[in-house]
Design a protein around this ligand. Structure first.
Ligand code: TRP
Length: 325
């Protein structure tokens, strides 16, 4: 089984990434060939180019500190594999403008960020399709928000296969993590660093306390003896990730009859997050002291990834009669 997944280095990773994908990656790296793309071209579309390099190393540190093992998993940088762009170019022919602006992920991003999209942004689903299809993988691990992108990727693969009359590109299936979508601390949008509603993997204890304090709970519960509502209650969404079932349902029971304070539950959540981060922080410290290893991991990953994509591109070029010499 071959899997390609990845992240856009727009900032470090948060618990939404962890429960949505990272945890699953750590589990599956033992049973499959796992590739992780750090999509710096995608980040270039969204953030200041000056911080991308720093973010790449932040993300790499996040990967290593949650337990992704570079001996088992290939981690590489998107822009270092130039051959991916050649796939991207070839794919452009198979996507209409109408289809692009219909993509729900694109639509949503345009609406939440309130931007007038440039062409590169509109075509980023095609770029992501190139990431996936150029590797010939069977699976990807993504959150629910990425589903339309994977659908569009498969559409492109199918169209291309029809065009060349061969079953060249594989269908890519989605593997979801434990949590398909994690809501941000204010309960409005999905957790996202750029929306400043996230609990990050590199948070200090102080950051955790500060952020947990701001979590949206039942707005009508102005005193702890008032019966609480757990629907759309972000605090309970998060507690569920960390607590065992019995404890979680006990808290729900007491909350509903007004026998437990929000502040007690927030303290509990703070404690759980800190416990969860303990081993992650230890590993982060280890790698932070060994910067040279980080360079090597990426360089080795790039080499491996390049070989695969180059080889697949060569095969495709042959089919397209582009083996001119
Ligand atoms: N769009 C993904 C995200 O923002 C990152 C990504 C880029 C990706 N290329 C990919 C994910 C290929 C899976 C497969 O998280």
């Amino acid at each position: 089984m071959k899997i390609l997944t990845g992240d856009s280095p727009t900032g470090g990773l948060h618990i939404g990434h962890y429960f949505g994908s990272l945890k699953k990656r750590v589990e599956l790296q033992n049973k499959s060939k796992l590739f992780i793309i750090i999509a710096d071209n995608q980040a270039f579309l969204n953030i200041n180019y000056k911080v991308i390099k720093k973010n790449i190393y932040e993300i790499l540190l996040d990967y290593l500190s949650v337990g992704i093992d570079p001996k088992k998993t290939t981690i590489f940088i998107q822009s270092c594999i130039k051959e991916i762009n050649e796939f991207y170019f070839l794919f452009l022919k198979f996507v209409t403008y109408k289809r692009l602006i219909r993509n729900p992920t694109i639509k949503k991003e345009i609406n939440t960020k309130n931007i007038s999209p440039n062409i590169a942004f509109l075509t980023y689903p095609i770029s992501q399709a190139a990431d996936i299809l150029s590797f010939m993988v069977d699976y990807t691990i993504v959150g629910e928000d990425q589903k339309p992108l994977i659908e569009q990727c498969n559409e492109i693969g199918k169209k291309f296969n029809n065009f060349i009359g061969k079953n060249f590109f594989k269908k890519c299936n989605i593997i979801y993590g434990e949590k398909k979508k994690l809501i941000g601390i204010y309960g409005k949008n999905k957790m996202s660093k750029s929306l400043k509603n996230s609990i990050d993997l590199n948070f200090s204890d102080k950051d955790i306390n500060f952020t947990v304090n701001k979590i949206y709970t039942d707005p009508n519960r102005i005193r702890s003896d008032i019966e609480g509502n757990i629907k759309n209650n972000v605090l309970f969404e998060y507690l569920k990730l960390f607590l065992d079932k019995d404890k979680y349902s006990t808290y729900i029971k007491y909350y509903k009859i007004g026998r437990i304070r929000d502040s007690f539950l927030k303290e509990k959540l703070e404690y759980e997050i800190k416990e969860f981060l303990k081993p992650i922080r230890i590993r982060r410290k280890f790698f932070l002291k060994r910067k040279k290893i980080l360079f090597k991991i990426i360089k080795d990953g790039n080499k491996k990834a390049k070989l695969i994509v180059k080889n697949n591109l060569l095969k495709l070029k042959k089919i397209l009669n582009r083996n001119y010499f």
